[in-house]
Design a protein around this ligand. Sequence first.
Ligand code: ZN
Length: 153
Amino acid sequence: MDESLRELYQEVIIDHGRHPRNFTKLKDYNRCLEGYNPLCGDRVELYLLVKNNKVINASFQGEGCAISIASASLMIELIKGKSVEESRQLFQEFHDLITQQSPPITTLDNLGKLCALGGVSEFPSRVKCATLAWHILNTALRDKDTSETVTTE
Ligand code: ZN
């Protein structure tokens, strides 16, 4: 990866890590799920309003390292307004991005700013930080009414 791109990616992570978007509890939601990454101590609570197989609105709260918070913030920006199927597909693509050294170009197109987290693939111990919010999302989209805690273990 060239140096200017690496710097740009770092800026995105720092920006979203310090100033996460949609960092609130939704007033109107029908899925709420908490996740925990015991390896790092990251804790994220996800709120979703899912109607007609579509993610109408989403937000999160929690605390953790910059990577876990930035990943949750970027994920929510990406999945808002997407269908449940599309969100699942993005989960798969994001998972591929951070576990493969050179993901396909279509993945990079679809994930946009989330590509900033691609560098995590070089640090296996941080992969769980980056995927925490996504595992919560995946479980929340699978079940009709969920109120359990997801862990990365
Ligand atoms: Zn972490």
